[in-house]
Every structure is written in C-alpha cells, then in structure tokens.
Design a protein around this ligand. Structure first.
Ligand SMILES: Nc1nc2c(c(=O)[nH]1)N[C@H]1C(S)=C(S)[C@@H](COP(=O)(O)O)O[C@H]1N2
Ligand SMILES: [Mo]
Length: 208
C-alpha cells in the first residue's frame, strides 16, 4: 500500500474547529443498538439514480478484495469532541467509480446502514480524496461499537456523516434529510462543515 493520504484539515495551523474540545479517549456515539455481522449475509449495494444506471452489489468477500488506502485525519463530533491523529484504513469512496457509472445528474449521496440509519451529504464531500469506507483504525480492526465491519469516514464534515455499519449508497439528484438531519431527530445540517459550524439546518423548529 502507498503512503497514507493526509487529510488537508490536519495540515491547518489550528486543527481544532470553533467550539470543539480535544478528547484523548475515543467516545462511542450512535442511536440504537450495535448490529451483528454475518459475512455470509452481508452485502454492500450501490443504488444509482433509478432507471438511469444499474444497481451494483458486493459480497463481503468482493468488498474485501477491493484496493485499499490509508487516510490520516481528524474527527469532529457535533457534540463538541474532536479526536485528532486517526489512521484509517479501508476502501476509498472513489474506488466505487471503478465499479458503477454515476450519472452526472447525481448531486447527493444517501448512506444506508444497518437498522435503517441514513445520512445524506453532497457528492463532492462523499468523493473527497480523504473519504473512505474504513475497516481499520490505528492498525486495529474496528470494534463493533465503532462500526465493524465497515464504516464511512468523511473527515472534513462533522462525524455524524461518518456512518457506522454501512450497507449501501444511494446516489440522488435532489437532497433529502437522513436520520440526524430530519426534524424528528434534531434537524442536523444537510452538509455539516465544522469550520463554519454547520451544526443545524436553518429554521430548526426546535431552535437549534
Ligand atoms: N449507523 C450509525 N452511524 C453513526 C451514528 C449513528 O447513530 N448510527 N452516529 C454518528 C455520530 S453522531 C458520530 S459522532 C459518530 C461517532 O463515531 P464513534 O462512535 O466511532 O466515535 O458516528 C456516527 N455514525
Ligand atoms: Mo456525533
């Protein structure tokens, strides 16, 4: 494997986004239960825009055979903790482009996870050079509570976009809210750039 990809945020003079606090221990944060993993039943599905492109599905074995990358990056949770100096290993989101044709009409991605968790983000952020589907963190396989067997990592957005237990990606022409982005679960931001504190969607009816 080549040298790690360095997330550009780790090269900033000030690596801590506004109103974040450094944590040394890695917190565990998610809604609901930690799902079980059965490699014989697991699959990973790409849903391009309906009726335009073809659906593509990977088994666990097929996904594990994809070329791998390492990414050095920081992690910022909207609840204000930041965990610096993470070395992630897995499959670059860009690798998917070698397996599916994503229509130019696609502008957003919806990430689909176990138990129906979803999160949405712009396609440029999804295909950022430092974005990956991670299986390992600091040289160790992910633990179940941190997303084993597979999690998305989008280092330059708040960490709720870094979906754990990921099972598929839907490519969309129009944006729509995922789990935390919906008004029912807090109305978190559709993009979530920590440097400009995109914590909540504008006009949050709960006053966020
Ligand atoms: N499937 C799933 N992934 C999720 C979440 C969740 O609720 N469900 N929470 C997100 C949030 S809010 C954060 S801060 C990170 C935390 O990752 P960690 O538990 O590995 O620190 O996971 C994200 N991924
Ligand atoms: Mo979070």
């Amino acid at each position: 494997m080549d040298e790690p990809i360095i997330s550009s945020d780790t090269r900033r003079e000030n690596r801590i986004p506004p109103r974040q606090v450094i944590t040394r221990k890695w917190p565990v944060l998610h809604a609901g239960e930690v799902p079980p993993f059965d490699p014989a039943k697991w699959n990973f599905t790409l849903f391009p825009i309906p009726l335009v492109d073809k659906v593509k599905q990977f088994t666990w074995e097929e996904f594990c055979a994809l070329p791998r990358v390492k990414v050095f990056a920081d992690m910022h949770c909207v609840t204000r903790w930041s965990l610096l100096d993470n070395l992630w290993e897995g499959v670059s989101t860009r690798e998917l482009l070698n397996h599916v044709t994503v229509s130019g009409r696609a502008k957003f991605a919806m990430i689909h996870c176990e138990y129906g968790f979803t999160t949405n983000l712009p396609l440029e952020d999804f295909f950022a050079t430092d974005a990956l589907f991670a299986t390992h963190h600091n040289g160790e396989p992910l633990t179940p509570e941190h997303g084993y067997p597979l999690r998305l990592v989008i280092p330059r957005l708040y960490a709720w976009k870094s979906a754990k237990w990921v099972r598929g990606v839907e490519f969309m022409e129009e944006d729509r809210p995922g789990f935390w982005e919906s008004w029912d679960h807090g109305g978190y931001h559709m993009r979530g750039d920590p440097w400009v504190e995109e914590r909540f969607r504008p006009n949050n009816p709960y006053g966020g």
